[in-house]
Design a protein around this ligand. Structure first.
Ligand SMILES: [Zn+2]
Length: 598
């Protein structure tokens, strides 16, 4: 990693960055005292252990240990390196780095992402105005009318029309100086197989722009308005668009989901549009793929219950779909709602109205009740073979429940529901490969450390929080004396920065460590609560130094003793023995002196 951004500039950007705002784009934060807390975006959790401190401008997850400055957050969230993260943060704070940038390496993710989003936003507006204003858009307007989508929905969801032409988008983009390579990167145009040039991906389609929670157009879905296939065409996977985390409608649904503490998860664009049109604005859809962990982690920022709305004709087939097990693995409260046969949510809303639709949603079945019901209809429960299959089907999902207590209760419940002897069920359970259920509870760092490391850790905290103490530390001990190699490395970087800049803070060290593991260790030190309560840093330093000196003396005595015994063996001269004895007594006296001081 070539970091061409000077340390002072990095510090300036960090200071200028609004860490709360930046993290809020991804995590729903709530203020609690001086800090803000939310559900960690980097691991799966139900109660918030992700904490942001706006004064220190640091974040820290007490569940998985991730933490750092705004830069580490961006690195992890956007999957970029440190330099790119600094640039992204700079652009958010309107700090110009262009004079620093190496022009050859101009493919800067931050700047590029903005350009790509400009291109997708431009295309969305173009399609939208084509739908509303052009003659050619009539075919789409007719379709929309037929589906009973109203004008407000067209506006809210920014629906559009891609003209029946090979280059309508290409042409307008050329006129407006939207670079072709950007259009290609976001999947709106495709290079011709033969010869040069490109053609529009979406032609004669009703366009559904897909926005992320930050209301940025990341991709498109297009429904064909003639017989061309596929009926629904999505943007390909691009740097902006990833099906496994895209949630259609999340940009307008998120506040309602927050209020409801639950979300309706559907599968179609028009389903979501029609639900919102009927005031059921806490609905979103996945992009024709299975629900992923990323989807659930995103949703967990807003709610803890998912109501999965399934068309009745596919419910049965979905019920044994292992993809649904993900809800259990992620400990999501999931319910299954089923519409009457032959209805999809959009049709049902149009035909029966919101009240009837909500009744259906509110009578959603608990996930395992649904599974049992489906298993019973799938297998012949009057035969041993059929019943065994049904049980295996359900148990294999139940086993994925991470919480042991809940898992046990569930097995008991399944036994009752399926009228099977619980002991039989439990013996059947043993046949499953018992996966290790690692529960994500990590021991606090300090508890795993030996006494020396604990003191070295304290010392590091002191050096970082009162720079004035660094010199004192260096006068008394050398960094080589740190027995914990991680702390030694961090101390090394701390001293290096201190000598360079005369001042060093935890975050400065974070910025040059460039090692995720050490970052975590450092974040732990900086955010350890008991350290925050230390009032007298000098006094604490003294006791740390006292400990280390005693430790070193003990070590030396041990070495002297060892040398003495070796001397005996090789029969050294009396003079040698005298010297060693003298050394031994001197060190022993030191130890006693230190002991008396405490
Ligand atoms: Zn976490």
């Amino acid at each position: 990693m070539v970091n061409f951004i000077p340390q002072e500039k990095i510090a300036e950007i960090q200071q200028a960055s609004d860490i709360i705002q930046i993290i809020s784009e991804h995590v729903h934060l709530k203020q609690s005292g001086r800090n803000f807390t939310g559900l960690c975006p980097f691991h799966s959790e139900k109660t918030p252990s992700f904490t942001v401190n706006p004064e220190k401008k640091l974040f820290k997850c007490f569940g998985c240990g991730e933490g750092g400055t705004v830069f580490q957050f961006i690195m992890k969230q956007e999957g970029v390196d440190f330099v790119e993260a600094v640039k992204l943060a700079a652009s958010k704070s309107h700090i110009d780095l262009s004079h620093l940038q190496d022009n050859k390496k101009a493919s800067l993710w931050g700047a590029e992402k903005t350009h790509l989003l400009n291109a997708t936003n431009f295309a969305a507006k173009f399609y939208h105005s084509t739908l509303l204003n052009s003659e050619s858009g009539k075919v789409a307007r007719d379709y929309i009318q037929k589906r009973q989508i109203n004008d407000q929905s067209i506006k809210n969801f920014c629906l559009g029309y891609s003209p029946n032409s090979w280059d309508a988008l290409l042409k307008i983009c050329k006129e407006r100086n939207v670079p072709t390579e950007l259009l290609e990167k976001v999947g709106l145009i495709i290079p011709k197989k033969e010869g040069n040039g490109y053609y529009d991906r979406f032609r004669n389609r009703l366009m559904f722009p897909i926005l992320d929670a930050r209301k940025q157009v990341v991709g498109f879905g297009g429904r064909s308005l003639d017989d061309s296939l596929p009926k629904y065409l999505n943007s390909p996977e691009t740097v902006l668009f990833n099906k496994s985390n895209a949630l259609y409608g999340i940009n307008i649904a998120k506040n309602a989901i927050l209020k409801q503490h639950r979300v309706i998860l559907m599968e179609g664009y028009t389903d979501v549009i029609m639900a919102h049109q009927h005031g059921i604005d806490w609905s979103v859809a996945v992009m024709g793929t299975s629900v992923s962990k990323q989807h659930l982690r995103q949703l967990r920022q807003y709610c803890n219950q998912v109501i999965l709305l399934l068309d009745s004709d596919i419910a049965g087939q979905k019920s044994s779909d292992r993809n649904l097990d993900i809800f259990i693995e992620e400990e999501f409260d999931v319910k299954i709602a089923q519409l009457p046969k032959d209805f999809d949510p959009c049709d049902y809303l149009v035909a029966e109205g919101a009240e009837s639709f909500l009744a259906c949603v509110n009578s959603a079945k608990d996930f395992f009740s649904f599974k049992i019901e489906m298993a019973a209809s799938k297998w012949d429960m009057s035969t041993i073979h059929g019943k065994a299959n049904a049980i295996n089907d359900i148990l294999s999902t139940a086993m994925k429940m991470p919480d042991v207590i809940k898992r046990n209760l569930l097995v008991k419940w399944i036994a009752e529901e399926m009228s099977i002897d619980e002991a039989t069920l439990r013996s059947q359970l043993k046949k499953f490969n018992k996966q290790p259920f690692t529960i994500d509870k990590k021991q606090p760092v300090e508890q795993r450390l030996d006494a020396s490391s604990k003191v070295e850790r304290e010392l590091l905290y002191l050096m970082l929080s009162s720079n004035i103490l660094i010199q004192k530390v260096l006068e008394e001990i050398s960094l080589e004396e740190f027995t914990n190699k991680d702390f030694q490395q961090i101390a090394g970087k701390t001293v290096e920065l201190y000598h360079k800049n005369n001042v060093v803070k935890g975050e400065d060290v974070l910025h040059i460590l460039d090692d995720a593991r050490l970052n975590k260790i450092l974040m732990d030190i900086v955010t350890t609560e008991e350290f925050q309560n230390i009032t007298d840093h000098s006094k604490m330093l003294e006791s740390c130094m006292h400990f280390l000196k005693r430790r070193n003396n003990k070590k030396e005595i041990h070495q002297t003793k060892k040398k003495m015994s070796e001397t005996d063996k090789v029969n050294r001269s009396e003079e040698d023995v005298d010297i060693l004895l003298h050394e031994f007594h001197r060190k022993n006296r030191n130890i006693h002196a230190l002991k008396n001081k405490t």
